[in-house]
Design a protein around this ligand. Structure first.
Ligand code: TMP
Ligand code: MG
Length: 297
């Protein structure tokens, strides 16, 4: 009897019983983690969003900036533009997270938001050599436990694909300044194109916003060949749009999705629980992703 009891409880991952962890189907989560454990780190890849997923949403009651908002700094842009960028944020962020609007309804607003902000940044002739300084002076922080997360993946040679609708140059600088820019890192994001004097003149490639990650991942399929042969995916995000980040993974076997629900928690809880396998409510740490990794690698 004891042996059977032991077998039954073996699959319980105690950290998942914390009050801030919600799951639609706990047994499926645990089965997926054990299937991934069986296959080992050689079969695993991690795909993560950046802003408000790898970075903290708030600290000591204060909201922390996304990569775009790090650029909203008087060192880079004039006073009118800082106001304009804040107005755009106040107009479009509520639309981005509004649970009563469909994806199709949100899409055109997202395109407008990103396009207007990028045009504003180009018009302000942002200088490449100022980026490290604005990142250093910003209040942006990676989530608590980030070092264990990045180091563990690097040590076990598990590729980490960061898939961000933020600004690639800025997110790279955040990662670099936190000393976790390891060789297993792949990044898809909006990258800046500077002229020969180091002044921003355009953004490279297809615009990435929070709700077109499916199109973007499909168009990067060839570049992501290195990730082939890794059918198990741990996906981390904070937006429902992040769920599409794994759509380009060919022959996926097990996909476990973790959603950080940072804002408008009560209003969005139900849709998050219906969409992500694990939902973390106002959790500013990497504890749960780290627990999952500890079971797999
Ligand atoms: P992510 O895909 O890395 O999370 O980045 C996108 C986030 O950036 C998304 O939640 C909206 C946010 N954002 C701003 O905070 N300010 C801006 O000016 C823009 C265009 C986006
Ligand atoms: Mg995000």
């Amino acid at each position: 009897v004891l042996a059977i009891w032991h077998q039954l409880t073996k699959t319980e991952i105690t950290e998942l019983t914390k009050g801030s962890v919600m799951m639609r189907e706990r047994s499926r989560v645990e089965d997926t983690i054990y299937a991934m454990q069986k296959a080992g780190p050689g079969s695993l890849q991690v795909i993560s969003d950046f802003d408000m997923t790898l970075t903290r949403f708030a600290h000591k009651g204060k909201r922390l900036p996304t990569t775009h908002n790090i650029l909203n700094n008087r060192l880079l842009i004039n006073e009118d533009s800082t106001k304009k960028m804040k107005e755009l944020l106040n107009t479009y962020y509520p639309i981005e997270i509004d649970p009563s609007l469909s994806l199709a309804e949100k899409l055109p607003y997202m395109v407008t938001w990103w396009t207007e902000v990028h045009e504003l940044l180009i018009q302000q002739r942002i200088r490449k050599d100022m980026l490290a300084r604005v990142v250093r002076e910003s209040s942006a922080m990676l989530r608590e436990g980030y070092r264990v997360f990045f180091d563990c993946l690097a040590e076990h040679r598990v590729p980490l694909l960061i898939f961000s609708a933020g600004v690639g140059d800025v997110l790279e600088e955040v990662i670099r300044q936190n000393d976790v820019f390891h060789p297993n890192l792949h990044i898809i994001s909006n990258y800046m194109d500077f002229d020969h004097t180091g002044v921003l003149q355009a953004f490279k490639g297809q615009l990435i916003h929070s709700y077109n990650k499916r199109d973007v991942t499909l168009s990067h399929a060839t570049a992501l060949r290195e990730l082939h042969g890794r059918p198990n995916v741990l996906l981390l995000g904070d937006s429902l749009g992040d769920l599409n980040m794994a759509d380009g993974v060919s022959e996926a076997q097990n996909i476990l999705t973790v959603g950080f629900l940072n804002d408008q928690v009560e209003e969005r809880k139900e849709s998050y629980i219906n969409s992500f396998d694990i939902v973390l409510l106002k959790d500013e740490t990497m504890d749960i992703p780290n627990v999952i990794l500890r079971h797999i690698v």
